[in-house]
Design a protein around this ligand. Structure first.
Ligand code: NAG
Ligand code: NAG
Length: 492
């Protein structure tokens, strides 16, 4: 049994070394005990290697904002009163494809795809012309040969005629025949061949024209793709500082709204969930179908990216897209006062759980967006404060997210040997996040369709999926997860 184990260990090490191009640090050899499938039980953490490095869990992090609140409980709505006026105005402003801010990028598939198709077609036509050209050249050359041949015949004919004058009577019939043939060939060469060439030249010209047209179309497309495309998504008239404010002002439908938390900065678009737990929730993160890449740089996470909302035919943007609101905005919103966060998730069978923290504050960029939470409730498991319950001691501490700074693959602020470029959680775990060493929750990880995945499927052999360890473990990637914030206020 022991030799078998040893053999397996060797095979595993060999495999790990084969994968060195992905994994440029030493792979841990810890899963030899369990050979069931590819699941390596618990990952999340990066265990300390004795005598080689140490883990220091102590970092100063400001606590979340608590006490006092901007809002009192919601007033009980007046019994009658006129219906909430909530007319929608067709605004020229962009929606849908464009995002809250221009920097959030544009999803403008139709135009650009058309362009790609045109370019592809142009390439095909160009090849055809290239093939046609030598054929036309050949034809020109062979018609030249025939020309020369006919000229030769003409000469010999003239020669013959001189002889014929001597004994014309004898060969008159023969000469007639030759003359006939000569005129026939001459006629052919003079009319049919040139006309064929002319036809081909016409075809060539037409193709050339088509290419010109294509080039023009591509140019037009290029011009149009420079501007974000406009959609008809109307923006509700009701606005506010955030979604709770909008709710109190009568915006009670879940959809995209324009908010302006700070009068000194321009308003921007967000999706408000106005039905869950009495509404007022501002969506800051959303994953639901893997349509948006979350493996992004610091700047993208700072500004935000993705699609705020879509109109699926109801005339307003009531379907949220996949997006990250942006760390600057999240920080600003959570620092306005006590804020709670609701994290809802769903597995691939449709089961749903949630985690809620009634204090949630994100510091500003100068503090690398340190996260602080408190006051857990819910049934998904307290990943942010307790780390992964499948791990123990130091290993578990490594997976606590509370008090961590934000890290992206190009900005390493995690707690895994700071300063060592080969020890970066964000590089291995797929997204930007408040990584420690490294995670128990990875909502911005890679999107795996179906749920279970294996280290072999992961780019670095780590649990880089959309993971909430305390619910589904390291090797299950959730179908959807979202994070929503709301100003905290005492019970209604
Ligand atoms: C191996 O892991 C599976 C689940 O992944 C577990 O059910 C099983 O008990 C484990 N076996 C051993 C020997 O640890
Ligand atoms: C931490 O994890 C490593 C490998 O996963 C394991 O060898 C070690 O015993 C763990 N430590 C604790 C305290 O569980």
């Amino acid at each position: 049994m022991r030799t078998l184990l040893l053999l397996y260990l060797c095979v595993y090490v060999a495999w790990a070394q084969d994968n060195l191009e992905f994994d440029d640090y030493e792979t841990e050899v810890s899963n030899a005990g369990n050979e069931t499938g590819g699941s390596v039980d618990v990952r999340g953490h990066r265990p300390v290697m004795k005598g080689r490095d140490r883990y220091d869990p102590h970092r100063y992090a400001p606590p979340p904002i608590s006490g006092g609140s901007r809002y009192r409980g919601r007033p009980t709505p007046a019994p009658v009163g006129g219906p909430q006026r909530q007319e929608k105005e067709q605004q020229p402003d962009a929606g849908g494809c464009t995002h809250a801010s221009e920097e959030m990028g544009v999803l403008c598939p139709t135009g650009c795809e058309l362009k790609t198709t045109l370019v592809k077609q142009e390439r095909n036509v160009k090849t055809t012309i290239k093939e046609l050209k030598p054929q036309v050249d050949d034809l020109t050359r062979s018609s030249n040969n025939i020309y020369n041949y006919v000229n030769g015949i003409s000469n010999s004919l003239r020669e013959r005629q001189r002889i014929i004058t001597a004994n014309s009577r004898v060969v008159s019939q023969y000469t007639d025949q030759v003359e006939d043939q000569h005129s026939y060939i001459k006629e052919t060469v003079d009319t049919v061949f040139p006309s064929n060439i002319r036809v081909l030249q016409g075809v060539l010209d037409k193709i050339r024209l088509k290419i010109l047209k294509l080039e023009k179309a591509i140019q037009t497309q290029r011009e149009q793709c420079k501007e974000p495309c406009k959609t008809k998504c109307p923006i509700p008239v009701v606005s506010g500082k955030e979604c709770e404010d909008i709710f109190r002002r009568g915006g009670k439908e879940s959809q995209m709204y324009l908010i302006q938390p700070d009068p000194f900065y321009p308003p921007y678009k967000v999706f408000c969930d106005q039905s869950t737990q009495n509404g007022g929730w501002l969506l800051i993160q959303n994953r639901l179908d893997g349509s948006v890449d979350f493996g992004r740089r610091w700047d993208d996470y700072r500004r935000g990216f993705g699609n705020i909302a879509f109109d699926v035919g109801k005339g307003h943007c009531e379907t949220p897209g996949e997006y990250w609101l942006g760390n600057d905005r999240i920080s600003h919103l959570t620092k306005m006062g006590p804020t709670e966060v609701l994290i809802e998730m769903q597995d691939w069978t449709g089961a749903k759980v949630h985690a809620q923290y009634n204090q949630f504050t994100i510091q500003s960029e100068s503090s690398n967006y340190v996260m602080a939470v408190d006051g857990y409730s819910g049934n998904a498991g307290n990943c942010f404060l307790e780390g992964s319950l499948q791990l123990f001691g130091e290993n578990r501490t490594m997976t606590i997210h509370n008090g961590m700074m934000f890290s992206t693959y190009d900005r390493d602020n995690d707690n895994w040997i700071p300063g060592d470029p080969s020890k970066q959680c964000s590089r291995e775990d797929g997204g930007g996040w408040w990584y420690n060493r490294c995670h128990s929750a990875n909502p911005n990880g890679r999107y795996y369709i179906g749920g279970p995945y294996t280290p072999n499927m992961a780019k670095h052999g780590t649990d880089d999926g959309v993971v909430w360890m305390n619910w589904k473990g390291s090797w299950y990637s959730l179908k959807s997860i979202s994070m929503k914030i709301r100003p905290y206020f005492a019970s209604r």
